[in-house]
Write a protein that binds this ligand. Structure first.
Ligand SMILES: C[S@@+](CC[C@H](N)C(=O)[O-])C[C@H]1O[C@@H](n2cnc3c(N)ncnc32)[C@H](O)[C@@H]1O
Length: 318
């Protein structure tokens, strides 16, 4: 079971949408369909195009929303390719949902709830968690791309150090990379956890935190090209939003959140030299509605500990 995170906050940003924004939403990360179901329930005039790169999530949502096919289209696609995936299926989408001419400028609300669903983390065979024994896979879309084992068995020690650093691993990155190379071939999550265990001395561990946490995070980021696809989504979201439309992004680690915050702040910054007689607001894309990230209330965290690290940022296009 996956519980949608920060859903009251997402719904409140959705319900304050300007009346000129179209009643069409793009859910870039359908997962279990929790947010999508709440949005459909809140606004009977809303239609949704929902994406997920994981065919299991797509299957689950087709089953969940099967009877509402005139209100929601479910597609298997990576949100990093959102524009081309939507363009390729637009005829079908516009027939089913009575949407406009094309995806550009079509959406009143775009939601991206980044990361992994509980279904994925709890499935040992996906290899996403160091707490569950399973194959060292970690792909969100298991139909394509290299697994974590493929990457860690192929890359040089130096490439592994770089990958770990990019993904947030600190000074232990070199020792971990050396141990990974020494332990090859790796094939299971236990092989990688054992390499982490051997390479980070007990004295250097943060109390209460398994050193494998950040190392698994860094490898998952690499396997799924997370920074690349989030950057691509941040490029395409302003093009997909209609005037008055909003983009809401929930991230789960500071590295993702930094990309989102930087892009949204950039969109509201004027590009006109201050000497020109144009008001700054006229040449910005829109405004950031969350001056600092919205975080879950204590009550949400106590009922769903997974929400602990969630950060929501929302941007409105002029
Ligand atoms: C945190 S869950 C979303 C949960 C959902 N909001 C709900 O309420 O059930 C994240 C989902 O995004 C999907 N996902 C992650 N990266 C993706 C990407 N680049 N493109 C499409 N889907 C992605 C994952 O497969 C996962 O199902």
């Amino acid at each position: 079971m996956h519980t949608a995170v920060l859903s009251e906050e997402v719904l409140s940003y959705f319900s304050e949408l300007s009346s000129r924004a179209p009643k069409l939403a793009l859910d870039c990360t359908l997962g279990g369909g929790g947010h999508a179901a709440r949005l459909l329930e809140l606004d009977p005039e809303l239609s949704i195009v929902g994406l997920d790169c994981d065919n299991e999530a797509v299957r689950r949502c087709l089953e969940r929303f099967g009877s509402e096919s005139e209100r929601i289209v479910v597609l298997q696609a990576n949100f990093g390719d959102a524009i081309s995936a939507l363009e390729a299926r637009w005829f079908e989408i516009s027939q089913q949902l009575q949407a406009g001419e094309g995806p550009l400028g079509a959406f009143g609300f775009i939601l991206a709830d980044l990361g992994y669903s509980s279904f994925q983390i709890e499935a040992a065979e996906r290899g996403l968690s160091f707490q569950l024994g399973g194959p060292l896979d970690m792909r969100l879309n298991q139909q394509t791309g290299e697994t974590a084992a493929d990457i860690l068995n192929r890359c040089s020690e130096r490439e592994i150090v770089r990958m770990l650093r990019r993904g947030g691993v600190g000074s232990e990155a070199s020792a971990v990379a050396k141990e990974i190379v020494r332990s090859r071939p790796l094939s299971t999550t236990s092989d990688l956890s054992a390499a982490c265990e051997r390479s980070v001395p007990k004295a250097r561990r943060t109390p209460g935190r398994n050193p494998a946490t950040t190392i698994f995070q860094a490898v998952r980021i690499e396997v799924n090209n997370e920074f690349g696809v989030i950057s691509a989504l941040l490029e395409s979201a302003p093009k997909l939003l209609a005037s008055g439309g909003r983009l809401a992004v929930i991230s789960f680690h500071s590295l993702e959140d930094r990309l989102v915050a930087r892009a949204m702040r950039g969109w509201q910054r004027s590009t006109t030299p201050s000497k020109l007689p144009i008001k700054a607001a006229e040449d910005t894309i829109g405004k950031l509605l969350t001056s600092s990230a919205v975080v879950p209330a204590e009550q949400e965290i106590s009922s769903n500990p997974r929400a602990r690290s969630a950060r929501l940022r929302v941007f409105e296009k002029h």
